[in-house]
Design a protein around this ligand. Sequence first.
Ligand SMILES: [Zn+2]
Length: 240
Amino acid sequence: MVKIDVLFHGFPGKASNTFLGWSTIVLLRREKRLCLVDTGGHGARLWLLQALKDRGLHPNDVDSVFLTHLHFDHIANVSLFPRAMFYLGQVEWEYANTVEDPVVQEGVLPLLRAFKKTLLKKDGEEVLPGVSFLLTPGHTPGSASLLVDEGIKTAISGDAIKNRVELATGNVGMTQAAEVSRKSVEKVKALAARVLPGHDCALRLEGGRVVPEGDNTITITLPDGITIGGGNVVDLRLDR
Ligand SMILES: [Zn+2]
């Protein structure tokens, strides 16, 4: 059985002057195999290393890395895993290498050219036993998800579905093709009972309802003497 371990929960917030880019990082374990799904943004680098360390792991222990797509907030830490086999969709790879998309982290592309890679083409191709590739385009032409069978079918969707609102409504923001994205959301809903989105906590599908699992609170601490709204700590809590 595959075990899903969320190392870093994505967060759907934006700031007024930047895109936070806090994206979900997942570790899949099956027997001795360790597969990371996405590597997060650069800001997550120390947290990712710590999360691995907390589990008694070194980046070299990760034998494979699946990339849902090639935007900067999902691939900034590719360099930590030079020994891994990288899995990604062929369409996404070709897209990132031929189309100028400022959100693709181009500095990582030369690394990915040098690293071991398996380019996936069609639904059902296996990344690990019990873990299969699913094309979910829209956000980018080659955006892809993984379908994981851990008793309950879970889709790790990257930014094909970024958050609970997109899963509930099918209205996907920051997409290159809204109708294509909507179809991808429907495809995931037809196959999975649980979704780990690119920028939110785990979500369960219960009779058409989207139910968040667990908490998704982030605390921002400001230096003493700097205040916002009368306090020096701001809690960002998602409404359920
Ligand atoms: Zn993202």
